[in-house]
Design a protein. Structure first.
Lengths: 344, 160
């Protein structure tokens, strides 16, 4: 026992010493202020809008922009809460409307001042929440391949047709916000009881409930399913990659759910002024254009889509999903969904 | 002590394959620990983020989830240091063949937590690690080509 404890203590002491020496040898000689931004991976990665915004902002701010990524909004909030005070987060990007309640538990947020007149009409009501500002939005729909011979589904009942049996990919609502949107949308348009009755039949049509959007969409891209649940902007992304693409978003008679992405500045921010300036850049015409082009989401600022492929996207009938079930209610719904899946 | 290190080959030579496996595993842990030491494992909450990602879908008991959420995620820097220290401990112990038995139990505990927390992608790896650590502890793998043989010869007991 004595040998073991001494050995462990020695190793830990050695590690501590090595870290101490390394820290003293590499003092951070960059005295510029650091803007620490937490965002979803899709925003930060090379193909997202993050790198452009960072480069543009650093060229004028005499500061360093430091991105920290998280797989989704839940882990984003967890990480913001777990940061030590001396390394406070200055800006958080990537909440959707369902995360805002959770984001406010145990965290205070600064008011972000914006000019409502600049914003697109559908987004303006969301500006009443001064702590969180929307920076892009998207309409969700089923996506399929254009087919000259057969008509494509135009409502939820059409999805139960035998040709779509085991031919649809969706996101798991427990782990994906897109999946949650689908479930809540279904409940809103059909009523809870009928929605779950529908789901019982619909389950056999689903080949896979992917843990996130990219897994579900990946199945569709690999032609392993005929339909998937995604954004109405997905055909634009597909067209950019392949001009011959025949992918279309399917308008449904019931209307479509809308997802908004929000940003927030925690009240514990260290470089709050820089965070506000970064927000101004994000909401500028150029910033919005980059977010639109890289994230394939609609801009919140007026006239950014002019002259782009996004202008050609037909208008989809959306449904008002501003009534957001609270955390407990969502957990109840998800539990019910799990039971329906288990009873397959 | 060094003479007995070589002597062990003569008396417990049948354990050489196990000693080889032990040294290989020690080398693997050393590599992993150095990667973490030279990377940003201690500077960025990567592990906490990974755990936070997987936590909602874990089927482990509620008390474990609460423990992880309130202790590990909240104090991720302390835990990152402990994990790194444990990995270095396992690496040095397996390479030197010193206090292998208790360290192998430590390895089982660490692998078990990794198995629960890091999701299904690494399931097989950590299951295998648990089995190998258990074998190391059971056999007393430090007795061949290791300093444990010196102490085992003189003191006997469960520790060597």
């Amino acid at each position: 026992m004595k040998h073991f404890l001494t050995f462990v203590a020695l190793v830990f002491f050695g590690l501590f010493l090595a870290l101490f020496v390394r820290r003293n040898q590499n003092p951070e000689n960059d005295s510029r202020p650091t803007l620490r931004i937490y965002a979803a991976s899709s925003f930060i990665k090379q193909w997202g809008p993050g790198p452009w915004l960072k480069e543009k902002f650093e060229s004028t701010c005499d500061c360093v922009v430091e991105y920290h990524d998280a797989a989704d909004s839940v882990s984003l909030i967890q990480r913001v809460k777990s940061e030590p005070k001396n390394k406070s987060v200055d800006l958080v990007l990537g909440f959707d409307q369902y995360d805002l309640e959770m984001a406010q538990v145990g965290l205070d947020w600064k008011n972000v001042k914006v000019d409502p007149q600049q914003f697109e009409e559908p987004v303006r009501p969301l500006l009443s929440r001064t702590s969180f500002t929307p920076y892009d939005w998207g309409v969700l729909a089923f996506i399929g391949h254009r087919n000259a011979d057969k008509s494509l589904p135009s409502n939820t009942d059409d999805l139960l047709a035998p040709e779509y049996a085991s031919n649809i990919s969706l996101q798991d609502p427990r782990t994906s916000s897109t999946g949650l949107q689908f479930l809540l949308w279904l409940i809103q348009v059909k009523g809870e009881e009928k929605a779950f009755e529908y789901l019982q039949k619909f389950n056999s049509q689903v080949k896979a409930w992917g843990a996130n959007w990219s897994l579900a969409y990946g199945l569709f891209q690999k032609d392993q399913v005929k339909l998937t649940f995604s954004y109405v902007t997905s055909p634009v992304a597909s067209l950019k990659e392949n001009p011959q693409s025949d992918i279309v978003a399917l308008p449904f008679a019931e209307g479509h759910p809308v997802q908004y992405e929000f940003l927030g500045i925690p009240s514990t921010c260290l470089n709050c002024d820089l965070a506000e300036k970064f927000v101004t850049l994000m909401l500028s015409h150029d910033g919005q254009r980059v977010i639109m082009d890289k994230n394939y989401m609609f801009p919140v600022i007026k006239s950014v889509t002019k002259g782009t492929m996004f202008e050609a996207i037909p208008e989809f009938k959306t449904i008002d999903m501003t009534v957001i079930p609270n955390q407990a209610e969502r957990e109840r719904i998800l539990k019910k969904w799990s039971q329906v899946r288990r009873s397959e | 002590m060094f003479a007995s290190f070589i002597d062990s080959v003569k008396y417990v030579g049948h354990l050489i394959p196990v000693a080889f496996l032990r040294i290989f595993l020690g080398y693997y842990y050393l590599q992993q620990a150095l990667l973490k030491f030279n990377g940003d494992f201690l500077a960025r909450p990567r592990l906490a983020a990974q755990i936070a990602d997987i936590l909602p879908s874990l089927s482990s008991p509620e008390w474990y989830k609460i423990l992880v959420e309130r202790l590990v995620i909240q104090h991720w820097q302390g835990f990152a240091f402990i994990i790194l220290g444990v990995e270095f401990t396992i690496a040095f112990s397996y390479l030197l063949g010193y206090v292998v038995r208790p360290v192998a139990i430590m390895g089982v505990v660490v692998s078990l937590n990794y198995l629960i927390l890091l999701g299904s992608n690494t399931d097989d790896l950590y299951r295998t690690f648990i089995a190998v650590h258990l074998m190391m502890a059971w056999i007393g793998a430090g007795r061949c080509l290791g300093f444990d043989y010196y102490f085992f010869k003189r003191r006997r007991g469960l520790w060597w």
